[in-house]
Design a protein around this ligand. Sequence first.
Ligand code: PAF
Length: 285
Amino acid sequence: MQQAKIVRTRADLQREISAVHKSGQRVGFVPTMGALHDGHISLVTKARENADFVVASIFVNPTQFAPGEDLDRYPRNEEGDVARLSGAGCNLVYCPSVEEMYPEGSLTNVRVEEMSDLLDGIYRPHFFYGVATVVARLFIHVRPDVAVFGEKDYQQLQIIKRMVRDLGFAIEIIGGTTWRDEDGLAQSSRNAYLSEEERRRANAIFSALHRAACRLRIGCPVEDAIKEARGTILAAGFSKLDYVSAVDPVTLQDLPDGPMEAGQDCRLLAAAWMGSTRLIDNLGV
Ligand code: PAF
């Protein structure tokens, strides 16, 4: 296994990327905040399938955390992450400092309006603005031809696609399938916060969405399927439910009440708290 090279400054990164572009190779990019699990590794595999040279970034982005969120306790393990990335065929790991990503006096942010204010955006109003800003900056630093984002963060994926379209980045955005544990729980770096008992109950969020998807497919009214899913999640011991929503997969707007129309696409999304851990999940219908 060849160890991926680590670069920490934009200048070093650009030297590497310019050489790769010059040799006519296609650059694939997987942005991460580290604390990697199998889901992240599957994104690297997907990037490998779509590019000749794969770059991953590890950067815990402060602008997507609100005061009081878990920025300080977010799990960090650079050495382990780089080893896993190398094993998956990643060629270069970009680990910039906060100053490298946000040079002193930075005033420029990216806001993808409307889509950032729905669903998770209601509960974490700063979140997608921080994500769009850092991803735009990472795109400018890395200059990839293709970038892979997990479908686990479905709203994030749609917002990035919209940003790329609106700002004219010449980057193909690919969604990577959500990686799940055997009981259906979506893999997430934050699963590490769950106690054994909480972890045992946490897959209820997936089971509830799965059943709602099955019910919608056979013509159950949207409001009934969602009501049942909410009940299942709360009965499993989630302490608080932020939302369960059935939305248009591209615009993220709520579907109207009643049975889905023939040919209508739908994505179910949910966010709920297991103790002090906030979990999100989603499923296509
Ligand atoms: O999904 C994540 O890990 C982060 O939101 C991202 C895309 C790396 C931006 O910080």
